[in-house]
Ligand binder design. Sequence first.
Ligand SMILES: Cc1cc2nc3c(=O)[nH]c(=O)nc-3n(C[C@H](O)[C@H](O)[C@H](O)COP(=O)(O)O)c2cc1C
Length: 166
Amino acid sequence: MKLAVIYYSKTGQTKEMAEIIAQGMRNVGSEVRVYSVDDSINANYVNECSGIVFGTPTYMATSHWRITQWLMKESGNFSLAGKLGGGFATAHYAQGGSDSAILSMLGMLLVKGMLIYSGGATFGQPFIHHGPVALDAVGNHYEDSKEMFELFGQRFAEKAFELFGK
Ligand SMILES: Cc1cc2nc3c(=O)[nH]c(=O)nc-3n(C[C@H](O)[C@H](O)[C@H](O)COP(=O)(O)O)c2cc1C
């Protein structure tokens, strides 16, 4: 089964978390490619994917303009409808708007006709309601959240496999 992680990152943290999600997907046997929106993204590969997770830094309590631009404009070159979609964010603070950043992306994925993944509370701890978040200005949260990002990748891939079987 093919999956992708597409992100924007200015200082590298969202990129690092994108790679960790991809590792979680690979742990359960998926083929995964990770792309920055500033990369040349292989349309053939993305079009064959069963699911795509999108990542953003939180800026001004919402998704970064560059991933928003990709979703509004450049995503028209890809077939996203019917695929499983998910989101994650990095941010400074718990009250900094990372949830709004994720929901802003998920809303756009719905517009594109994607099916939105949420493990919600169904898998128990750690609860990941809208998508995983790593906070870089709250104690050890950023480092400690890496395990959760890997688990999210694994859970997302398992759900995509359950839905699409390939
Ligand atoms: C211009 C700017 C605005 C930001 N706005 C927020 C914000 O509203 N809330 C928040 O929690 N963090 C905010 N941050 C922090 C970033 O979301 C955080 O450092 C993120 O991990 C950076 O991701 P990157 O390393 O992938 O670029 C902001 C950072 C910058 C530079």
